[in-house]
Design a protein around this ligand. Structure first.
Ligand SMILES: Cc1ncc(COP(=O)(O)O)c(C=O)c1O
Length: 387
């Protein structure tokens, strides 16, 4: 990993202190929330740096500074959801532009690309990004962005960030990475060559399943300027309350991720030993086809695991029986969440789309929470027994 020459405080220190300074006016240690729509002007044309809250808000400024510091970016812009962030990112490009994207992404992303953005003249090619050569081959004269997730949702495949960033850099194409699954605690794509990083802050960054949000972290002033303009024009901003929840959530990101990772490894091993489980998808397992790459570009393996129950009927029985683990969409919270990608997050892909990437009806995805791990094991074991 590329070293920053200037001294930087450690990750947990940055999470707790950058953008989280005590309030200058009152000394309040927790950042204040500014629930205002507008700001008093001193006189015509003169203000205290704020005019209207769609354009800027001090609580939002704090969060944008904090998230940029965690990813090693120059700055960031936050939006009302992860999808709003991805949509804002895409509107940095224009009709006729071509985007190369991974073929195994969170299902909402191809839905946005295929069912909304193609109506505005955007062109997309989906490739298996596990092989950087596939990305290279898909690039055309009008390609402006390469968009990937690593690990992917839900099949947990990785792409080599350094290799793809080299391909993009040579051709002056923006390389964008969705880092939601790892969080900046375990993976920092900008240090490996990404131009922008996006997150659904709904997940690990918030960490408590109590808010929706998204962020685009930038590396260049021109990107930030363009996104600030899009925020102002299109208006999909994150409310000051939601910004505050994430500022509070990131303070414990480091300790949460350590526990998520410990429990994730434990559950992945438990599942891989279980006779009812056909296959486990987790980059921390030595038999994962990209385990070596995972060790090179991530500093932990996280707590996202998918596994094969063998059939839709088995998945249904299993999901009906779990008690401690909640059957729910989403991930990255302190509580263990279980989902069925084929009918939930990836329903919009259609049966043929799911078959093409190997996403079966028997696949179950777990976001391992930070409860006592032996209680999670007990719950999973009881549910596997009924299959
Ligand atoms: C990897 C990934 N990226 C983006 C999103 C979209 O985020 P949001 O639900 O906050 O709009 C999700 C949602 O599940 C996701 O899993």
């Amino acid at each position: 990993m590329k070293k920053n020459k200037k001294y930087q405080p450690g990750f947990a220190t940055r999470a707790i202190h950058v953008g989280q300074e005590a309030d200058a006016q009152t000394g309040a240690v927790a950042p204040p929330i500014f629930p205002t729509s507008t700001y008093l002007q001193i006189e015509l044309g003169k203000n205290k740096g704020y005019e209207y809250a769609r354009v800027s808000n001090p609580t939002r400024d704090r969060l944008e500074e904090n998230l940029a510091a965690l990813e090693g970016g120059l700055g960031s812009k936050v939006f009302s959801s992860g999808m709003a962030a991805i949509n804002a990112l895409c509107t940095m490009f224009k009709s006729g532009d071509h985007i190369v994207a991974g073929n195994d992404l969170y299902g909402g992303v191809p839905r946005l690309f295929n069912q909304v953005l193609t109506n505005y003249g955007f062109e997309f090619t989906y490739v298996d990004t596990t092989n950087p050569r596939n990305v290279e081959r898909a690039i055309r004269r009008n390609t402006r962005m390469v968009y990937v997730e690593t690990p992917t949702n839900p099949l947990m495949t990785l792409c080599d960030l350094r290799a793809i960033s080299g391909i993009c850099r040579e051709r002056k194409i923006e390389f964008v990475v969705d880092n939601t699954f790892m969080s900046p605690y375990f993976q920092q794509p900008i240090w490996l060559g990404a131009d922008m990083v996006i997150h659904s802050t709904t997940k690990f960054l918030n960490g408590h399943s109590d808010g929706i949000g998204g962020v685009v972290v930038c590396t260049k002033p021109s990107q930030l300027e363009q996104l600030a303009f899009i925020q102002k024009c299109a208006g999909a901003i994150l409310s000051p309350f939601e910004c505050w929840l994430i500022l509070r959530g990131v303070k414990t990101l480091a300790v949460r991720m350590e526990q998520h990772d410990r429990s994730g490894r434990f559950i992945a091993e438990f599942l891989s030993r279980h006779k009812k489980v056909k296959k486990v998808y987790y980059p921390g397992l030595p038999n994962h086809p990209q385990h070596d790459l995972a060790k090179r570009q991530m500093t932990g393996f996280g707590s996202m695991i998918s596994f094969e129950t063998g059939s839709l009927a088995n998945a249904k029985k299993f999901l009906k029986t779990v008690r401690l683990c909640s059957l729910a969409e989403s991930l990255g919270g302190v509580e263990t969440l279980i989902s069925h990608p084929a009918t939930m997050t990836h329903a919009a892909l259609g049966a043929a789309g799911r078959k093409a990437i190997g996403l079966t009806d028997g696949l179950v995805r777990i976001s391992v929470g930070i409860e006592n791990v032996e209680d999670i094991v007990k719950d999973l074991d009881a549910a596997l027994a009924v299959m």
